[in-house]
Design a protein around this ligand. Structure first.
Ligand code: IMP
Length: 426
């Protein structure tokens, strides 16, 4: 069974880019299924350092076909920037004709809506992702394939822009956007992106039918999922496994495995409840050593201990059958490390992740404290080099989540990886 999903198990930024680059050696296709350029996937290998926002993380392997699926929302200028920077030929990248476009008015609306929310702001990345998905659901979005049909665009765009300008000027008191500027941009996008825009479902189906391995690339993380995450402090798509089916157009029988990527601790960017957050010198230490600053926005990430309640929930809603633990080396040298095993909410203990954000903000973590490890795990590649206490920490997380760990990442480079079990059989 050849489709392997690689999904963020926390609030994003788990290091999926590095892992997908590593696993892509044994695949033929890497297909991204959700989110937009709110994501930032970093890939570091012999060819250099690549900070990818839309292009899938298989791009450094010449044998890989990279697919941007229909579930992704695309800012055409950002995509074209990445295509140019990476010098990508159309045989290396397929962009689904059904993927929705992030238009200039979406970016404006994202920023204006955040301002309007005031103290209730979500802390979005300001890339127009939410408003683009809103239009998709409202059936007023524009899809990549429509760029190739100027007559259709000429019919639809003026009415869409007219309505957006009503909202911009009358609701937000902002300046309108210029329809002619948007037409001009759209014709530029059409000519530059045309060779890449294709019915991506057929590429995915052909690869699956011919038995090739496909990696389904998640963006963000399960706890930012529109349905399963800490609503309303979530993104506007489904990073969980269901999003991979709808965001690429594949069936469940195609799955060979679903791997959950977890940092050895927890981080979150933007607003919203975070029970294990450390607002102290330990949190600061993790942020500094872990270089926890956003790839997309540069914002400092909030840091805390590993949250086993959230992790177990994430494992359940995704059906994880393998764990990938990243950034273990950041915890090297701590005397003790803590793992949250339950929450106390209003005096009652629970092992379940609450639905309500208010309840989640009242959740107090109940910790188990484990001994730290003195040896360095930075850059190790062999299971026997994992210090005994570090392995006990991993085993503790496995037991808590009910899923075996298959890979430990010991640094940002491709080769800084310890394989306990092959995720993709060779
Ligand atoms: P949006 O996706 O830009 O609308 O932002 C919604 C929430 O998701 C905010 O809290 C963002 O910080 C968060 N978010 C979106 N993309 C990422 C990501 O790639 N990593 C971490 N957080 C993200």
């Amino acid at each position: 069974m050849p489709a392997y999903a690689v999904i963020g198990g926390q609030w994003g930024d788990e290091g999926k880019g590095k892992i997908i680059d590593y696993l892509a050696r044994d695949a033929s296709v890497v297909a991204r299924y959700s989110g937009g350029n709110n994501a930032g996937h970093t890939v570091i290998n012999d060819a250099g350092t690549f900070k990818l926002h839309l292009v899938p993380s298989g791009i450094c392997w010449p044998h890989i076909t990279n697919i941007i699926g229909n579930g992704v929302v695309i800012d055409p200028d950002v995509l074209l920037g990445e295509i140019r920077e990476l010098n990508l030929d159309p045989d290396r990248l397929v962009v689904s004709d059904r993927a929705h476009l992030i238009m200039p008015y979406h970016i404006k609306l994202d920023l204006l809506e955040e301002e309007r929310r005031g103290s209730a702001a979500i802390g979005t990345t300001g890339r127009g992702v939410g408003p683009a998905y809103l239009d998709k659901v409202n059936r007023s979005g524009l899809r990549a394939g429509e760029l190739l049909d100027p007559e259709n665009l000429a019919l639809r765009l003026p009415d869409i822009v007219k309505f957006k300008n009503e909202v911009l000027t009358k609701i937000y008191g902002a300046d309108p956007v210029d329809v002619d500027d948007i037409f001009e941009a759209a014709s530029r996008w059409a000519s530059d992106l045309a060779p890449y825009i294709k019915p991506a479902e057929y590429f995915v189906a052909d690869a699956l039918e011919s038995g090739q391995n496909i990696i389904l690339e998640g963006a963000q993380g399960a706890l930012l999922d529109l349905d399963h995450g800490s609503y309303p402090y979530v993104t506007s798509s489904n990073p969980t496994v269901g999003g991979a089916l709808s965001g690429l157009g594949i069936g469940p029988r195609a799955f060979g495995g679903v791997a959950g990527v977890f940092k050895a601790y927890t981080t979150r960017v933007g607003a919203g409840p975070f029970p294990t957050e450390l607002d102290d010198e330990i949190g600061e230490k993790i942020r500094t050593i872990g270089k926890e600053f956003g790839t997309t926005t540069g914002r400092p990430r909030r840091c805390g201990w590993f949250d086993g309640v959230a992790g177990r929930y994430s494992a359940k809603v995704n059906g994880f059958d393998a764990l990938i633990i990243t950034k273990l080396d950041i915890l090297d040298g701590f005397d003790t490390v803590k793992v949250c095993v339950a929450y106390e909410i209003d005096g009652k203990r629970t092992e379940n992740f609450p639905i309500d954000s208010a309840l989640l903000s009242r959740s107090k973590p109940i910790y188990e404290e484990l001994p730290g490890w003195s040896g360095s795990t930075a850059g190790i590649t062999r299971p026997e080099d994992v210090p005994a206490n570090a392995m006990s920490y991993i085993r503790f997380i496995e037991d808590l989540l009910g899923v075996k760990a298959s890979i430990i990442s010991s640094g940002p480079r491709r080769e800084e990886t310890v394989v306990l079990d092959d995720i993709i059989p060779r």
